[in-house]
Ligand binder design. Sequence first.
Ligand SMILES: [Zn+2]
Length: 497
Amino acid sequence: MSEAVLDFDEVMANFDPVLGLEVHVELNTASKMFCGCATTFGGEANSQTCPVCLGLPGALPVVNASAVESAIRIGLALNCSIAEHCRFARKNYFYPDQPKNYQISQYDEPIAFDGFAEVEVDGEVFRIEIERAHMEEDTGKSLHIGGATGRIHGASHSLLDYNRAGVPLIEIVTKPIVGAGEKAPQVARAYVAMLRDLLRALGVSDVRMEQGSLRCDANVSLMPKGTTSFGTRTETKNVNSLRSVERAIRYEMTRQAAVLTSGGTVDLQTRHWHEDTGITTAGRNKEEAEDYRYFPEPDLVPVAPSREWVDQLRTTLPEPPAERRKRLQSDWGFSDAEMRDVVSVGAVELIEQTVAEGCTAQAARKWWMGELVRRANEQQIELAEVGMSPAQVAQLQGLVDAKVVNDKLARQVIDGVLAGEGEPQQVVEARGLAVVSDDGALTAAVDEAIAANPDVADKIRGGKVQAAGALIGQVMKAMRGQADAARVREIILERLG
Ligand SMILES: [Zn+2]
């Protein structure tokens, strides 16, 4: 059921958006948060479980020190204060994929708090205040069998897999983001992208949004222009791609504006995002914190990281994303506008890796920001998911540099690589794409073109060198594009004195 929406420009004429972003990160520790079970993704269902993560009577949790270390490093990288002493809490609610009937989380004593991060959208810097980053455990997974969509509706039965139950999670919560205006959806996307890059650089998570190891809950509300008290928010759950973060927020702004404009009220509720139709639908009405009856977890000792440990961890932080970006821009010689485009499509790492494979920065940018981004847009996927690796892009450029293929043929090589035909070199061989570098064959084609266009040939003989373009075009056509145009030009000029 789709609801009425207001045109985005009309939303902006009448309302200011307020966002709150909650990002869950699955840590890549070898074992779970409170037991020794493995955390590997994709194992046989329920093969990575034990009495602790199954919530069996008498089982006692123990805190995973390396998860605490990751939590502190994340907090420090987000400019947070690190608690000298903090406790875990029980968040009580029933859910079939959570065997204990409560989730061990942190409530009023998060390990990291009061931080900030900066993101850039179209050259404008937005400061995002971080309220907290706290530790908790993931739930298991329900699999609904028998329905068409994999959802519970229409399913004949459900299966439970507890392999993910107890995997360490860090939840990073922003303070309300006010003042982003029409850029709010893009600011949210840029923030999640920044987090993804930062977490990857920290090495604490594999940050694969499509596998759910990084997921975003987006709180959105609107305030009528000129007012300052926040409207009622909705929380769109588990948005799992950067593009969806932006789209879901934009949609929710237009939907809420339509409700408010028609005199209705926004319900405090969770919403589900539907990637295919681009809309959100109502979930459950939202609980407030007191409904969860949080209380301190009695089975765990408090976490009290020493200041020496925190200081030592501070020395392990990677270069901050903004500084790193400036350094790369200067190394690569990109203009501000070029770098902005590279950042906005998420190509920084891809270009960096392509350069590491021996490609020049300009050539790496040409492929990623041209042919490959075009394909990503066509398929509405992230650039990194297009299916061409940085090493393959570097190899492709190597073939262009060696004059084995020209830029035009290189596009056909990309087609082949994306179609699974192998490495660029293999595609060139299998498809017979190499340019003809045999002067004999080129000369024959040139002579044919001259014979067919005597008037053009006369012009060139008479000194009108620019007329050679017409002949080059003929030869390229005859060679099905598989010739080096510069060499063809040389031969034409040689033949016509
Ligand atoms: Zn376990």
